[in-house]
Design a protein around this ligand. Structure first.
Ligand code: SF4
Ligand code: SF4
Length: 443
């Protein structure tokens, strides 16, 4: 049985690029690769200025418990190692590489030889893979649940519920067998018995393609989900497919679920076959301002400017550039920002595609409450945060907000709700840090 989560919205889908096959973007003149593209500790550079690197050369690594190695996406010369503002707006040590255009591959790549579960998990760690659906959680870490929270089901997220984005959809159309083989491999590594692939019913042809492969993959079931944003959010997907509810502050493993995206499992299979780490990815480049929207495979570290230039530039001045989808993506302040491992889309939106209305006072209509898929009270949380009462907002569970943007979307007063929740959560993190430091100082 399919369960329907509470709330959510159905914005215009605008999947302009769904029918456009993936094309490879030529190698840019330069890439800038930040040393953190994942949740966990940033990497330290393991190359120095002047070094020659190849495609797949390890350039950043860390001995921290939760981290993910970083590889060069190009062959060329390290021109600089310096702090650079990243797409998320934070400063991060980054490696600037001038490409030589040769795209020489690092030596020694080939099918991964790993026998035991530990060796296979270590291989996934060394692949540099993070969840390709957006959050950037290191995949090897996700595959390693706490001993008291064993997985009993693998859920594959093929919802791709954000407007415009068609990156996973193209993977399903172009590499269905690689996806299924990747799922079988993850089942083998984790010892999980079965997998469910959840796909929104606006991608019927992709559902049919995968179902057509089914006889060979009887441990995998493809499930058609109602098209409703944020169907692809982890907790909503888990509920839709299994009826299980992840408690606040807990991970999917607390209810026995491992959730991976379509592109993530497909990459795992490709990595085990070739040994080539994560250095490229598919992104959807779209929005009304883009001259030639498309699905493009790019080297990680390519600048936004280079990507848009490859897509023919702008046919009209964009009002907003977003990395990711229009609901959960991050507005960009510089065209020199880099495409990261977890970037699945790059949008250039026109005036008509964004809400430019000024914020006005809350009229207490309650629409935000009805739309919230996390059962929160956005109006109360917002009222407290704008007054600087962050700890009071915490009592209203602002930390459980998944920043889906449904409340902002339906708000007739154009309240900047998501922005205030992001701000409130950042302030709460600072408060917690200060308390920790004070406790240490007093100890
Ligand atoms: S939707 Fe907007 S106006 Fe309505 S209650 Fe929520 S914050 Fe207030
Ligand atoms: S952004 Fe947060 S508060 Fe708003 S609807 Fe989504 S989960 Fe609820």
């Amino acid at each position: 049985m399919i369960n329907h989560f509470k709330g959510g919205i159905h914005p215009p889908e605008s999947k302009l690029t769904a029918g456009l096959p993936t094309i490879d973007m030529p190698v840019p003149k330069q890439v800038v690769i930040p040393m953190s593209q994942h949740i966990g500790a940033p990497c330290e550079p393991v190359v120095k200025k002047g070094d020659h690197v190849k495609v797949g050369t390890l350039i950043g690594d860390s001995s921290a418990r939760v981290t993910c190695p970083i590889y060069s996406s190009v062959s060329g010369t390290v021109k600089a190692i310096q702090p650079i503002l990243t797409a998320a707006g934070t400063e991060m040590t980054s490696i600037v590489i001038e490409t030589d255009g040769e795209q020489t591959l690092e030596e020694g790549f080939g099918p991964v030889e790993a026998e035991t579960k530990e060796e296979k998990l270590e291989a996934i760690k060394r692949s540099g893979l993070v969840g390709l659906g957006g959050a950037g959680f290191p995949t090897w870490f996700k595959l390693t649940p706490p001993p008291n929270e064993p997985f009993d089901i693998l859920l594959i997220n093929g919802a791709e519920c954000e407007p415009y984005i068609t990156s996973d959809y193209r993977e399903m159309k172009e590499n269905p067998r690689m996806i299924m083989e990747g799922i079988m491999r993850v089942l083998d590594i984790t010892g999980i018995e079965k997998a469910l692939i959840g796909i929104e019913d606006n991608k019927r042809d992709a559902i049919e393609d995968l179902i057509a492969l089914d006889p060979a993959y009887d441990r995998i079931k493809v499930i058609s989900l109602k098209t409703r944003y944020p169907q692809g959010a982890e907790k909503q997907l888990i509920y839709a497919l299994t009826g299980r509810k992840v408690p606040p502050g807990k991970l999917p493993s607390s209810v026995g679920c491992l959730v991976l995206s379509i592109s993530t499992v497909s990459f795992i299979e490709s990595y085990f076959r070739t040994g080539i780490p994560l250095v490229k990815r598919r992104i959807t480049v779209s929005g009304g301002a883009v001259a030639n929207p498309g699905n493009i495979r790019v080297c990680i570290g390519t600048s936004l400017q280079d990507v848009f230039d490859f897509c023919g530039g702008f046919k009209e001045e964009p009002r907003k550039i977003i990395m990711g989808g229009p609901m959960m993506g991050v507005a960009q302040f510089s065209m020199q920002n880099s495409i990261l491992k977890q970037t699945n889309a790059l949008l250039a939106l026109t005036e008509d595609e964004i809400n430019t209305q000024k914020e006005s006072p809350c009229i207490r209509c309650g629409r935000c409450v009805n739309a919230c898929p996390m059962n929160l009270l956005p109006l109360q949380m917002n009222a407290l945060i704008v007054k600087g009462r962050f700890e009071a907002a915490e009592k209203y569970h602002v930390r459980d907000c998944i920043e889906c943007g449904c409340c902002s979307y339906v708000c007739p007063a154009s309240r900047h709700l998501v922005q205030s929740f992001r701000y409130g959560k950042a302030e709460l993190a600072l408060i917690a840090k200060a308390k920790q430091a004070a406790a240490k100082g007093g100890a």
